[in-house]
Design a protein around this ligand. Sequence first.
Ligand code: NAP
Ligand code: GDP
Length: 333
Amino acid sequence: MSTVVLVTGGSGLVGKAIEHVINTEPESSRFGKRPGEKWVFANSTEGDLKDPVQTEKLFEKYKPTHVIHLAALVGGLFKNMKYKLTFLRDNTLINDNVLHFSHTKNVQKVISCLSTCVFPDKVTYPLDETKIHDGPPHESNFGYANAKRMVDVMNHAYKEEFGCNFTSAIPTNVFGPHDNFDLEDSHVIPGLIHKCYRAKQNNTPFAVSGTGKPLRQFIFSYDLARLFIWMLREYDDVEPVILSVGEEEEVSIKSVADKIVKTVGFQGEYKFDSTKADGQFRKPASNKRLLTLMSQNKNEQQFKFTPFDEALEYTVKWFVENYNKGARIGKVA
Ligand code: NAP
Ligand code: GDP
């Protein structure tokens, strides 16, 4: 039987990165396409996954054998703070429909995408895969985080009741080409790239939200894409895997903003707006389990993450080149 991999959320930051990697890595290499394999990248115009009828139609159209489930209502800190119920409800509906039809249509394997937001706010660091349900998530994104946590619960229930091979990946903050660069609703890196670019164009101050002190771990979307393809090929367990750089690679928002200022080439006034929220102070996650699992395949070299500065430069360049050519810049006054 041939393999059909359906990527939900295929038009987004992570979906586009998987499409890029699967089409550019050598065929049959660790992260490349396999002979006879078909990849489908679906977005919401192919069907609204909040709706069970449209979800079933999508599954009937493509008859996937494997699903990488990325589709979600996604946003940065400020969008999460504004729309808690919508994040909870939309993502719950999407995830329930995708897992239900994956089960009833006999999909062999599903990898769903969680986020390090799912972890408890009060917890010992570093975060690891055993700590997901050890306490409530940070209040700033409890809608999104609780919807995502339930995927892990459902994966275990589908396995216990029906023997399904459903699992999940837990990435940290992701960035790269095709990100959402909206000025208000995006994550910090795309939001600040766009704000800095506009400040340079308009000769206005560049304002970073919050104090700049919180710490984050970032992963380049092309690295994350390779790790999803590794999970699809080489990982068969229900327990989630954190897909992240090492916990020692936490960086402050200020140092990210400094690097963006330098990469964009902005020389004007640069300030922090401490009336805006900082969100969770830090959430360092361990990639120990990931590296241990990946190194079990002795025929393959150790996975190398793209250095942060290199990935940031690549992303800024992509944004500038695509600003008037379809980059997701949102509403610009
Ligand atoms: P994104 O760029 O916002 O893309 C979201 C994708 O989901 C788009 O393809 C979108 O389709 C699709 N989608 C949204 N609502 C849908 C619906 N009701 N029905 C069908 N498709 C729908 O998101 P992303 O950053 O690539 O995120 C991918 C996954 O990674 C998500 O599960 C997210 O929670 C997770 N994640 C992201 C980050 C991050 O920093 N970005 C961090 C951790 C985890 P349209 O283009 O048609 O709207
Ligand atoms: P989080 O990692 O889930 O909290 O999500 P974000 O990617 O939205 O990062 C939030 C952190 O970046 C907080 O400390 C914010 O105060 C800070 N930040 C600074 N400027 C911005 C901005 O323009 N957009 C966003 N989303 N966050 C910003």
